[in-house]
Design a protein around this ligand. Structure first.
Ligand code: ADP
Ligand code: MG
Length: 352
């Protein structure tokens, strides 16, 4: 009788112990893909067999921290502290800001200001981050154009400060921050010995590692005329980011005219050329993000020149490749896209 009571007690204690050790340590459980809103978009991360709660939390926390620091939509962000002090005083900021802003200025120089992180006053004027948007008058555009000039940004690396020379200037890292965030997610995953992962920050994709041994990831490129329908191109990728800039990502329509969110700093209007989208494949998602916006603005010919020049700096390991899709459904690629087994899935497009 006594023994059996002890037996029940022991079994019960063991059960409790197991129960609480599981409850106390849920981090060992492997979780499927996790989704959170961050960086103004839907972020989906799949770490596969290494996806513990602890690791997902760590990565999403990093994404939220980058947003808190770089978002123009968060009043207290570091970017807005710099913006609010424009024309007044330098502002001390984190190494993240110094790094990403320096990179943004590198692309600004390479594109002679076609890519410009001081695009903020124009983004604000066009009300690009809202559903409705706003069609400004020529006078309004003329008034803010002198405030868009990357040469008036001063970074003091020694003191970790940033200063915008003119009052009214505003930084906007919307064309590069998501790429940086994707690289950071990959860096953390790799640090925790994750071998393969799919990181999708609102279409800013990183296919890390490979799907299986000797089997690459397969990713699709959207139809820029119908982004919700099935992909028009399939690519095999390993350890690469794929980032697309296109007319369809964010836009509003007024009097039958479409106004999208990538602005030409020279004219102050949405970029107008024959491109519908450009996609960059690169092992640096930050480079892919900056280059997709830059090549979209520059157009195909100057875009390819930019790519060659940036690739010379990035080196073979990080070499970027590009796919341009035009308004006539023509697809142009740089030669190095050959490495991705590109397959056209929609015959209404033509690969030139
Ligand atoms: P998405 O935000 O759809 O991923 P992009 O990476 O191409 O697309 O970035 C577009 C964003 O970059 C805009 O919403 C705006 O915040 C900013 N931007 C617009 N025009 C420029 C420009 N000429 N140079 C740098 N950034 C720009
Ligand atoms: Mg971009």
């Amino acid at each position: 009788m006594k023994t059996s009571k002890t037996g029940i007690f022991l079994t019960f204690s063991l059960f409790l112990l197991l129960f609480f050790s599981c409850a106390k340590n849920p981090s060992k459980e492997i979780l499927k893909a996790q989704t959170e809103l961050a960086l103004g978009t839907v972020c989906n991360i799949n770490l596969f067999e290494y996806g513990t709660e602890e690791l997902y939390d760590l990565i999403f926390k990093r994404l939220h921290d980058i947003e808190l620091s770089m978002s123009i939509n968060i009043e207290s962000s570091e970017i807005n502290r710099i913006n609010n002090a424009a024309g007044k005083n330098p502002v001390q900021v984190s190494p993240d800001i110094i790094f990403v802003l320096s990179q943004a200025l590198y692309y600004a120089e390479k594109t002679e200001g076609a890519f410009d992180p001081t695009i903020g006053p124009l983004v604000k004027l066009w009300n690009i981050n809202s559903e409705s948007g706003y069609l400004p008058t020529q006078e309004e555009i003329d008034a803010v154009l002198p405030l868009v000039d990357y040469r008036l940004v001063h970074i003091d690396e020694k003191n970790s400060t940033v200063f915008l020379e003119k009052e009214g200037m505003r930084l906007d890292l919307g064309a590069i921050a998501k790429g940086y965030a994707a690289d950071e997610a990959v860096r953390i995953a790799a640090q925790y010995k994750v071998k393969r992962a799919l990181i999708d920050l609102g279409g800013n994709i990183y296919a890390y590692g490979s799907k299986e041994k000797d089997t690459p990831w397969r990713i699709g490129i959207k139809d820029p005329f119908s982004p919700l329908s099935t992909p028009i191109i399939r690519l095999d990728v390993e350890n690469k980011s794929s980032v697309t800039s296109g007319v369809y990502e964010r836009f509003f329509e007024q009097d039958g005219v479409r106004y999208h969110h990538i602005l030409d700093p020279k004219t102050g209007y949405p970029v107008q050329n024959n491109l519908m989208s450009t996609t960059i494949l690169c092992s640096s998602s930050m480079a892919a993000d900056a280059l997709s916006t830059s090549t979209f603005i520059l157009g195909r010919e100057s875009g390819i020149e930019l790519l060659e020049s940036v690739n010379a700096d990035l080196g073979n390991e990080q070499e970027a490749a590009t796919i341009f899709i035009t308004d006539e459904k023509d697809i142009f690629t740089t030669k190095n896209v050959g490495a991705y087994n590109m397959l056209l899935l929609d015959e209404s497009f033509t690969v030139r």
